[in-house]
Design a protein around this ligand. Structure first.
Ligand code: ADP
Ligand code: ADP
Ligand code: ZN
Length: 213
């Protein structure tokens, strides 16, 4: 399957994409995770991206497109992929179409995860992530088995710098501005499916799976 997962920050994209990738053996491609790794490693990309991420703004298109082009060209992407956090605007979506056409891996479905804003803020402010493997937890809704430690790899969990309230607001504004045209773009292409993102992780997952049948 060649999938895109759209949705506001905190909607549960990373959580759902991780489970889908495991169950369907897809490459889980998250630009947010790739950028955070670059920032942590202090690479040129990380240095360039950091100021945008700290402000809650989008990193310039050229940077993320180069990253995605590279990643989609890797052998495992040929076995299917789920894009999480990319594209974020119409110009990224247009470039993605070109890249996938060259690779002969056309998109099959775009899942649009919908969650009300008050719930997004609850999900983001309680989010804790693993710096080792990128797994995402929640203090209340999705706690790890042992407090503060990743179930998958045992590293100490951290709060993302951009999950503090002020940055969360900015990210929601950016999303509001950029996402409507993106939804329209994929709607016109006949690829878009809305998914109700409320309820438990399992409930949302079941809704997604029933769209993939
Ligand atoms: P995104 O990748 O869309 O920003 P995440 O998958 O990181 O979102 O989820 C945001 C936060 O909400 C995390 O703390 C996650 O554990 C939690 N979460 C994810 N799905 C649900 C859900 N269905 N109900 C409650 N909390 C959830
Ligand atoms: P979210 O929980 O907001 O969905 P992500 O992990 O997808 O978070 O993204 C975190 C930050 O990384 C964004 O606020 C943005 O600065 C940057 N980023 C991630 N993906 C992209 C992208 N496709 N284009 C531009 N910036 C991106
Ligand atoms: Zn981990």
């Amino acid at each position: 399957m060649h999938l895109v997962l759209l949705g506001p920050p905190g909607a549960g994209k990373g959580t759902q994409a991780t489970i889908l990738a495991r169950d369907l053996r897809l490459a889980h491609i998250s630009t947010g995770d790739m950028l955070r790794t670059a920032v942590r490693e202090g690479s040129d990309l990380g240095l360039a991206a950091r100021e945008y991420m700290d402000r809650g703004e989008l990193v310039p298109d050229e940077l993320v497109i180069a990253l995605i082009q590279d990643r989609l060209g890797a052998p495992d992407a040929r076995g299917g992929f789920i894009l999480d956090g990319f594209p974020r605007n119409v110009s990224q979506a247009e470039r993605l179409d070109e890249i996938l056409e060259e690779l002969n891996l056309p998109l099959e479905l775009v899942l649009n995860l919908q969650v009300p804003e008050a719930e997004l803020i609850r999900r983001m402010t309680g989010r804790r992530v693993c710096p080792g493997c990128g797994e995402s937890y929640h203090l209340v809704f999705n706690p790890p088995k042992s407090l503060g430690v990743c179930d998958q790899c045992g590293e100490d969990l951290i709060q993302r710098d951009d999950d503090k309230e002020a940055t969360v607001r900015m990210r929601l504004e950016v999303y509001e501005r950029e996402n409507a045209p993106l939804v329209e773009y994929y709607g016109e292409a006949g690829l878009l499916v809305d998914i109700d993102g409320r309820g438990t992780v399992e409930q949302v997952y079941d809704r997604i799976r029933s769209e993939l049948k």
